[in-house]
Design a protein around this ligand. Structure first.
Ligand SMILES: Cc1cc2nc3c(=O)[nH]c(=O)nc-3n(C[C@H](O)[C@H](O)[C@H](O)COP(=O)(O)O)c2cc1C
Length: 144
């Protein structure tokens, strides 16, 4: 069975909600999903054994959360080349975090990325639930 890992960093829980809805979209496509707070990832071997990786953080002061920055340095040492990837994050007005994570996954880890990062203010507005589920399905559709 295809395995996906979603790692999120959140302050007030909105980005965790997005992670849970992306997971639903993946599961609709018969993909097994592990959902982890970034604090649960202690070493690069914790990233072994997955086919799809989705990393997310909310944006504060124009940046991703510090925990996600530290995690991205750890993930550099994992074997992520050509793995399927996507990024996401809840935001208020500028939403840099999801874009910066996406760029790192694409340019540093050389992953097989979906078209864009998923940026949503909250799951409960602007049809966020459907959009986040669709993102999970888009990730699943990249599996050959
Ligand atoms: C002090 C503070 C700074 C923020 N800075 C930004 C910002 O620079 N850009 C942005 O898009 N949103 C910003 N936000 C809004 C958060 O990203 C938004 O509330 C988001 O939903 C929080 O998600 P979380 O619950 O997953 O942490 C800021 C919020 C606070 C409280």
């Amino acid at each position: 069975m295809t395995q996906a890992l979603i790692v999120y960093s959140t302050r007030n829980g909105e980005t965790k909600k997005l992670a849970e809805i992306i997971a639903e979209g993946l599961r609709f496509s018969a993909i097994s999903v592990s959902l982890k707070d970034v604090a649960e990832i202690k070493r690069e071997t914790d990233l072994e054994g997955y086919d799809i990786y989705v990393f997310g953080s909310s944006t504060y002061h124009g940046e991703m959360m510090n925990r996600m920055k530290t995690f991205l340095f750890l993930a550099e040492r994992a074997e992520l080349k050509n793995k399927i990837g996507g990024s996401f994050g809840s935001f208020g007005w500028s939403g840099e975090a999801a874009e910066r994570i996406f760029d790192t996954m694409k340019n540093i880890y050389c992953m097989n990325m979906v078209s864009t990062p998923l940026m949503l203010k909250a799951s409960g507005v602007d049809g966020g639930i459907k959009v986040a589920q669709a993102y999970g399905k888009e990730l699943a559709a990249k599996v050959e």
